[in-house]
Design a protein. Structure first.
Lengths: 149, 149, 149, 149
């Protein structure tokens, strides 16, 4: 009987590097954001927030990161898929799942083809938030797709 | 390294003046409401509730105030913007964010062009709620737009 | 069969008067507090907070008010009673009941011998907090004991 | 009527420097911890966690930081003060306040004599946790007492 399962998660120093680089990028873009790095168990690994970021951005950043870490996908991929189903009920139902985000700004973190964490940014537009999240990954030598590292 | 950031918040006496004037206006309109004044960190500054206001109005008033304080916008502006994006997924997703309200009745508080707090009223129609919130601001010599004070 | 029960609660304008007068007294004493007026159902009637009050004072003020409204007693009366029982287990158990406070700073509100609400103040010493709560009551012509109005 | 109040909070880059240095110190001590930097409104500014830290350390670190930021005191000062009062009721009551911690590991952050935030560490002994928190402050040129900067 196989007794154990190996999981891979992100080191705290890499997570902090992601958080800091995302906020540096936000500063360049002139936006005020929160950034969260979450593990696949929905627990926070690293976080940083501009004191002038909108209040809700802290929660949204954590939920984007959790959604990306959990499904191994950028959060922006959810809503076209759901809309394509042409089912407003399903759409609203999925959107209302606690800690689930179906719009852009969260990306997964892959190492050796394995999803090990997620990064979420909130406070700018969806596109700006994702730019910050990806800048965070790049600074730590991480990627958001399974085939690239 | 820059160590600190200066923030401006609302004095308790101004917040209480807002709360009282909003309830006086509600009485004139014949509606039963709760009114909340929240700071930009999502913490309550002042609150008042008609004992006959609907139970949920306390929470909704606080969430409207938090949403307005956080984004510096009246809550009623969210729904048309989101509908204009023609994206039911984004609409449902934003509407499901904890402590976020995407319908009318909350307005931000600006002093010298800076958003320092938010006011939320719940218990009447969206239009009535916003009338009460703005009556509260007027009584304290406050405004809901950045360019007016 | 008796079908209904009459309850008496506090008017919002009286509750706001209590809140404001408590904060004025706190300012005289040089302390930074939060004050809450709660009904007997554990729902907020009025609230005000000095932005420099300790973070926890908002919750403690509400819980003191709820405890006083629920039992019709000043919160400071709880702990000598519990200590007199010489039962550390009971003491810790009661102290851990959610939204229950066993130290001073909350007083009930009586009208015509009936407990109609509670007032809680937090941010100063227990004695200072109770002084503020009672100053709030006095300003609204209310009393904290059944036999006095 | 005074309309506004000025508050000072901590810059995100200083907060991240605190978090990283606290984890570096924990690594030197051979302990696995979480570290949180919270503002005075109970909102997270920065966070980092060793993936092998005990599960509860994330919450405890945030609550220690909130308690220190709110009262402007190291969390370890609460327990002897409460014990000195010789009142088990008060002790149990204070210990049960939500998001309040009455044991060591949290320290306030002072800048120019003003409390602007709090740092909390959890995962080691109380002494070890406080050593990590203070190492975090030192790395960012911050102090834990009002008279030192």
């Amino acid at each position: 009987m196989t007794k154990t399962v190996q999981l891979t998660t992100l080191h705290w120093d890499a997570a902090l590097t992601v958080a800091r680089a995302a906020l540096v990028k936000a500063q360049e873009l002139g936006i005020r954001v929160a950034v969260a790095v979450m593990d696949r168990g929905g627990n926070l690994l690293a976080f940083a927030r501009d004191p002038n970021a909108p209040f809700h951005s802290s929660t949204i950043a954590q939920d984007k990161a959790t959604t990306s870490a959990g499904f191994g996908l950028p959060t922006k991929q959810w809503w076209p898929v759901l809309e394509g189903m042409n089912s407003p009920g399903l759409l609203a139902g999925i959107a209302a799942v606690p800690r689930m985000v179906v719009f852009g700004g969260g990306v997964p973190v892959y190492v050796n083809g394995e999803c090990v964490a997620g990064v979420g940014v909130s406070g700018g537009s969806e596109e700006e938030d994702e730019i910050c999240a990806r800048a965070g990954l790049a600074a730590a030598g991480l990627v958001a797709e399974p085939g690239k590292s």
